[in-house]
Design a protein around this ligand. Structure first.
Ligand code: ADP
Length: 379
């Protein structure tokens, strides 16, 4: 064990534009002396966090993501992954106070915009200092660490025989259930990853070129991200949660909303290799009052999802080809419970690059910034 390590409890926090991610390291007691040393408050915090999977009204622990048997600074233990809406930071602070955390923890290692925005609230409400880390530094450190600890972390979506999906079901539109249902999830060996493109799809989107652990830069981004999907979906369908928006999208059909190449050409635009099923104009059918009257909420949700996802896919692909990079890793909570977007991205990467680009995904989706923070808990 590392003698300079800060006292327990160890947390890493990423206070994002939509969600706050909290990663908690539960040490494994190795001997009697350590058990005795653990204070009452520390025990209570540990019990409260590890015995529950819901905290207050909106806090959730992603039990399926829990990582047992990890090593941090020479200590072995378990990582727990907790999230709550950033709009509930106030409630979190009250809870922290009521659990006595304020007496024990005087510094929280935090990243994300909220680490700046809420700095004063943390001091005022619970007398905790936020030790801030840059969110992109934290993100990359977190990705590399989690991948090194979990052989199953990185995966991709493949057709059963690894052939591009469009040669499989060329008579179905790429975004149809039929075309996407052939995909299966397969582990990807990410042990020699460099260079790779990292596309973090949170409320907004950042695109990073990563050449080595400490050699990266931000090449691009877009404000049309997960927040846009959810915001537009709420406006268009009256839904009120991300889960509901995703469920609606999964059951909808965007071709009643979007204008396809065949709606304009009557078939393919063969000269430039554009198949008739391709979206020519996202939401292009919605100029017609007659069509608007017939469209369903599910169709609108799916069109929103397809629009946002394909736009992110286009930007990622242009960045990858500019930078001569073949592996594109997508992360961020937009991909949470969202296999549809992952498959669409896989399809788009492979189709538009004629198989040259590979879309990769990470099991711990939106938690890497918080993990990165936890790892740097010495600074
Ligand atoms: P940020 O750090 O900007 O909050 P995240 O990586 O946490 O970014 O992703 C936020 C996005 O994840 C949201 O815009 C939304 O699209 C999606 N999302 C997934 N789960 C939820 C949820 N439970 N509540 C709100 N948004 C969610």
């Amino acid at each position: 064990p590392d003698a300079d390590a800060p006292p327990m409890p160890w947390f890493g926090m990423d206070i994002g534009g939509t969600l706050t991610k909290l990663v908690y390291f539960e040490p494994r007691e190795t001997n009697r002396r350590e058990i005795d040393k653990e204070t009452e408050v520390l025990k209570n915090i540990r019990r409260y966090l590890t015995r529950n999977s819901a905290y207050g009204k909106t806090g959730r622990r992603d039990v399926h993501l829990q990582m047992d048997n990890v090593t941090i600074r020479g200590r072995r233990g378990t990582l727990h992954f907790i999230r709550f809406p950033t709009s509930e930071v106030g409630a979190f602070l009250q809870l922290a106070r009521s659990k006595g955390m304020a007496d024990l923890v005087n510094t929280i290692y935090a990243t994300g915009g909220g680490a700046y925005k809420f700095e004063e609230d943390f001091i005022k409400e619970v007398n905790m200092r936020l030790s801030k880390m840059d969110e992109l530094d934290a993100l990359i450190a977190g990705v590399l660490y989690v991948d090194s600890m979990n052989a199953q972390e990185c995966y991709y979506w493949a057709t059963p025989d690894e052939q591009p999906v469009h040669t499989h079901v060329c008579d179905s539109p790429p975004y149809s259930e039929a075309a996407l249902s052939v995909y299966v999830r397969k582990p990807y060996d990410f042990s020699s990853p460099y260079p790779f493109l990292l596309v973090n799809v949170g409320s907004g989107v950042s695109v990073l070129v990563v050449n080595a652990p400490n050699d990266y830069y931000r090449v691009s981004g877009t404000s049309l991200g997960g927040g846009t999907f959810l915001g537009l979906c709420c406006l268009l369908t009256g839904c009120s949660s991300f889960e509901e928006a995703i469920a609606l999208a999964a059951s909808g059909d965007n071709t009643t909303v979007d204008k396809l190449v065949r709606d304009i050409y009557g078939g393919d635009y063969a000269r430039f290799g554009l198949p008739g099923d391709l979206v020519a104009s996202s939401f292009g059918q919605m100029c017609s009052a007659e069509r608007r009257a017939k469209v369903s909420r599910a169709d609108l949700a799916r069109a929103t999802l397809v629009t946002i996802t394909n736009n992110i896919g286009s930007i990622a692909r242009l960045c990858a080809s500019n930078e001569h990079i073949e592996r594109v890793v997508f992360c961020g909570n937009f991909l949470r419970v969202n296999p549809l977007s992952m498959k669409l991205l896989s399809y788009a990467m492979s189709y538009w690059s004629r198989g040259a680009l590979k879309a990769l995904f990470l099991e711990h989706e939106g938690y890497f910034g918080a993990v990165g923070c936890l790892l740097h808990l010495d600074t």
